[in-house]
Design a protein around this ligand. Sequence first.
Ligand code: BGC
Length: 253
Amino acid sequence: MGMTRGFGVDIGGSGIKGGLVDLEAGALDGERLRILTPQPSTPDAVADVVAEIVEKFEWTGPLGVTLPCVVKRGVAHTAANVDKGWIGTDAAELFARRLGKPKEDVVVLNDADAAGIAEMRFGSGRGKDGLVVLLTFGTGIGSALFVDGELIPNTEFGHLEVDGHDAEKRAAASVKEDKGLSWAEWAPRVSRYLNVLEDLIWPDLVIAGGGVSKKAEKWLPLLEVRTEVVAAALKNDAGIVGAAVAATQGLRH
Ligand code: BGC
């Protein structure tokens, strides 16, 4: 009996990462390949990189791809931290055409939704029912909302207005970096953001993802919030794993 494998590609503002996924273990099967995101990150330039990655692994099955955008039925509708040319682009159709695959074989979804799918299935959200929110702290803030394990797609909680500002402009990990904030200086910004979020949706659990989840012990203890907050378990690979799961399930919403 062969292992069930899938393939995922995670498109971010700085890197495009892809690899084979062991769908039973919820982990990469071998190395992942990371290529710098072309600048400007136009749809055609990004599609070339996606094709390069898929071809390198000689993958021919269903393909899952994430975008840092609202994605409905394969079409991108926003582009907060990526080239504006994505808005209105049928990404599923673009990747399918570039790869010579049928469109049904390509599933495109929001990057945080993909990470959330992986965390709920294999990571910190496993077996958690009720209202669970995964937040990815990176260049922006991504969100994925689950009710009893089921995804409510495209929530975009990173763009809540907090004290008159777009939340991700105050509390993303990139803000910590750009302003040279210490953990103790950044954590209150995250607390303030989470306070607004928890007053609006009353989650049972928040899963903190993104690169900074690797240093969770530095900042999770500093948060002053009502909701339980745990670190994501899958770290950098959650997007790839979740994309592969979504493709295998033929997820389209
Ligand atoms: C975008 C989201 C995305 C998040 C993380 C936000 O700026 O609006 O769609 O999930 O960044 O990349």
